[in-house]
Structures are given as C-alpha cells and as structure tokens.
Design a protein around this ligand. Structure first.
Ligand SMILES: Nc1nc2c(ncn2[C@@H]2O[C@H](COP(=O)(O)OP(=O)(O)OP(=O)(O)O)[C@@H](O)[C@H]2O)c(=O)[nH]1
Ligand SMILES: [Mg+2]
Length: 245
C-alpha cells in the first residue's frame, strides 16, 4: 500500500462534497450539481498542503451505515476500497438543513472506527450552524462555506494535523510573530543568501541571476526565550508589505 495519506470526503448527497473537493485541489475536476446523487464513481486527485502530498478522494453519497447508495457492481467495490484505504475522513454536513438522521448515523459509524475524522459544516455563509451540530464526540469541527471560501485554510491545517503531518513551521506560522524582519535591497545584492544564513537553512533560492526570488519567503524562528521572529525574504516586494503594516 502506498504511504501517501488518503483523505476521503464523505457526506449525504448534495451537501457539497464535490464542491469542497474542487476547492481544495484548486481546480474543477469533480462535477458539481444542484441535483443530489451526482457523483457516481469515486474521484481522486493529488492534494498538496504546505508542500505535503496527500491524495484526496471524493465519493458518492454514503448512507447511514457508511454503505454505498445506489451503486452496483464494480463501482461499488471501488468505493468500498476508497473507504477501506482511508487514512482520515472529512465528513461534510450542511448548515442550512440542520443535522439529519443520516448525518447522525454516519457520525455514529465514524465514531466507532479508529481513523481520524474532521467535520466540515458547509454552506454556513449566511448563518452559523445550530447547536445540535456540536453534540457528538467527533473533532475537530470546521465551520465554513465552499462558496465564500470560508474555513478552507482551517480545514487544510486540520487535515495535515489529522494525518500527523503538521510540521513545526506550520504550527508556528499560525502564530503572530513578536518581531518581523524584512530583508530588503536592490536585486542581486544577496538578500536570499543573508536570509538563508539567518535561518540556518537553504529555504530561498540563491542565484547569480537578477530577480531570482519571485515570491517572498517567510520563515519563523523561535528564540530560546520563546519570542518568535519572522524573517521575510522580499523578492523586492518589501515596500508593499511594509505599507500594509
Ligand atoms: N450555498 C452554498 N451552496 C453550496 C456550497 N457548496 C456547494 N454548494 C452547492 O450545493 C450543491 C451540491 O454540490 P455538490 O458539490 O455537487 O454536492 P455533493 O455532495 O458532491 O453531491 P452528490 O455528489 O450528489 O452527493 C451545488 O448546487 C453547489 O453549488 C456552499 O458553501 N454554500
Ligand atoms: Mg458529488
């Protein structure tokens, strides 16, 4: 079995599983439709979060026992394989409809197995989910909306954390630095070389060519006194970042 963690998206028909799949992989691969029961097969794509490779799997709706609805034959056995091989699950719920009996049954089924589960309460752009959404033992819960992109970054971090890939740097990145040091200067003066020397790692590409650094690169260092310093190699974009505070 491959070591790439498999993240399986589950949920009742029409809750937004395929929409979420597309949003996470940042392209339209799965068919999204207002009609329930759209996804028939299971669809997989590479998902890269913070440079970590995972496999994301969109499924057709599953029923209350996590058995597959409506499918037959070969498709059903492929779906079953996806469920069996999952490293973690994202259970999608629909904030607009409230918690339905099939949601509860799926929650129960997921509570009774060992693999991590993240609950994503989708379609929450207009109103927050009602309290009953929180009455279960599954954690973490991310509230969001694929339409407005709310909660997607939080979900990405929760996925990494669930499969044990949340590295120290991403944990630190979520925190606010005590001091930010912006490395500015004309092209090719050695900004990236200085950045790498300060952080003690080759994170920024150093090259003879002018304008090698295209995007600014951040790195957080935690000092022995606990203070966080963020070093930023600026790709000549420091002025804008400074203007933004
Ligand atoms: N308001 C709102 N609608 C959404 C959101 N996410 C998805 N939808 C809509 O919900 C409908 C169903 O979306 P899909 O992604 O096809 O749902 P699915 O769970 O994959 O459905 P099946 O494959 O049929 O099980 C579509 O009309 C989407 O545009 C959201 O965050 N807010
Ligand atoms: Mg679908």
């Amino acid at each position: 079995m491959s070591k790439i963690p498999k993240i399986v998206i589950l949920g009742r028909p029409n809750v937004g599983k395929s929409s979420l799949f597309n949003a996470l992989i940042r392209r339209r691969q799965a068919i999204v439709s207002a009609k329930a029961g759209t996804t028939r097969d299971y669809i997989t794509a590479d998902l890269i979060i913070n440079g970590q490779l995972l496999e994301l799997i969109d499924t057709a709706g599953v029923d209350r026992d996590l058995k597959l609805v409506t499918l037959g034959g070969e498709m059903e056995s492929m779906q079953r394989l996806a469920l069996e091989q999952a490293s973690a699950f994202v259970l999608v719920l629909n904030a607009r409809e409230g918690l339905m009996p099939d949601d509860l049954a799926m929650i129960k089924a997921l509570e009774n197995q060992e693999r991590p589960v993240i609950v994503f309460i989708n379609k929450a752009e207009s109103w927050p989910p009602v309290a009953e959404f929180y009455k279960h033992r599954l954690a973490p819960i991310v509230v969001g909306s694929v339409t407005t992109r709310q909660g997607l970054n939080e979900l990405r971090q929760a996925i990494l954390s669930a499969v044990g890939l949340l590295d120290e740097q991403s944990t630190l990145s979520a925190q606010i630095a005590d001091l930010s040091v912006c490395i500015a200067g004309r092209p090719n003066v050695g900004k990236s070389a200085l950045f790498n020397a300060l952080i003690g790692q080759k994170r920024s590409i150093v090259s003879e060519l002018h304008g090698t650094t295209r995007d600014s690169v951040d790195y957080l260092i935690q000092r022995p006194n606990g203070k966080l310093i963020r070093f930023i190699d600026t790709a000549g974009r420091c002025q804008r970042r400074l203007d933004q505070g």
